[in-house]
Design a protein around this ligand. Structure first.
Ligand SMILES: Nc1ncnc2c1ncn2[C@@H]1O[C@H](COP(=O)(O)OP(=O)(O)OP(=O)(O)O)[C@@H](O)[C@H]1O
Ligand SMILES: [Mg+2]
Length: 255
């Protein structure tokens, strides 16, 4: 399947908690072209996982509109949204292990992720070995998660995310616990998936380096930033950004 476009218009998400309401997203506007790779960079608590969950249809926004491909997500039933998530939308949740069954082999994990698509007419599924090749885990079908390095585990989670051949892949913090080599392998795997399948890939991350490299494929010099539940594309001059850019400058001062 070719890449799906994504459009968010004034998306708001409020968590109702006993301690009070939390505004996790405060009016997100975002347009992503089919086949684009985009990284959204934001600090902890800025709403990254919330945005991924809304795009994946795991939650409904409090307000605003989300379009994925030709679908207006707000107009779909829960069953339709769930069907989309097993076919046209792939999601890799924060923390690789959450996406994988520990006692099953990688082959079986991929097969389980393909089950729904396998029952949908018109979808031609890739062989699990081909999917493992794509993410840089050739011949690892019999392996279990415990046998893999952290970087390979994250790529196994990616394999599950792309198993059904989605047009949109959503990835939450793919590199947060990885060393540089592990991070490079994960980024390379996502680049390969995008190049070979034209899958639209949205990554949320706190890692500026991931933002620079993953976002640049879409032609953006700076990855858009998510700050306090809002997306800012080229916001260097804006008052609300001063603190964050101050922090990122500090991080990149050579030691
Ligand atoms: N279930 C929930 N109930 C109440 N508040 C929540 C809930 N989930 C998230 N929040 C709050 O919403 C805000 C955004 O959370 P979110 O998890 O989307 O941020 P994040 O950018 O993914 O953070 P991190 O980098 O730590 O993963 C935070 O203030 C968080 O405390
Ligand atoms: Mg998160």
């Amino acid at each position: 399947m070719n890449g799906l476009a994504v459009a968010c218009r004034r998306v708001v998400h409020i968590y109702r908690a006993e301690a009070g309401d939390v505004v996790a997203l405060a009016g997100v506007d975002l347009s992503i072209a089919p086949g684009e790779t985009l990284a959204l960079v934001g600090p902890s608590g800025s709403g990254k996982s919330t945005l991924i969950a809304l795009l994946a249809g795991l939650m409904r926004p409090s307000a605003g509109r989300i379009n994925i491909g030709t679908y207006d997500m707000g107009k779909l039933s829960d069953a339709e949204v769930s069907r989309l998530r097993g076919t046209e939308i792939g999601v890799v949740l924060q923390g690789a292990a959450r996406n994988l069954l520990p006692y099953a082999s990688l082959h079986r994990n991929i097969w389980l992720a393909q089950r729904r698509a396998a029952h949908t007419r018109g979808i031609v599924l890739d062989d699990p070995d081909r999917i493992l090749d794509l993410v840089g885990l050739p011949g690892q079908g019999r392996a279990r998660i415990a046998e893999l390095t952290p970087g390979a585990r994250q790529r196994a989670a990616l394999a599950v995310g792309i198993a059904a051949g989605p047009g949109l892949l959503l990835v939450d913090e793919p590199t947060s616990r990885l060393d540089t080599a592990g991070r490079d392998e994960v980024l390379a795997a996502m680049e390969t998936v995008n190049a070979e399948r034209q899958t639209t890939i949205v990554v949320v991350t706190h890692d500026n380096e991931v933002g620079a490299r993953h976002g640049s494929a879409g032609g953006h010099r700076h990855a858009p930033r998510l700050t306090s539940g809002r997306v800012q594309r080229h916001a260097r001059g804006e008052a609300g950004q001063a603190q964050h850019f101050g922090e990122s400058v500090q991080e990149t001062v050579p030691g």
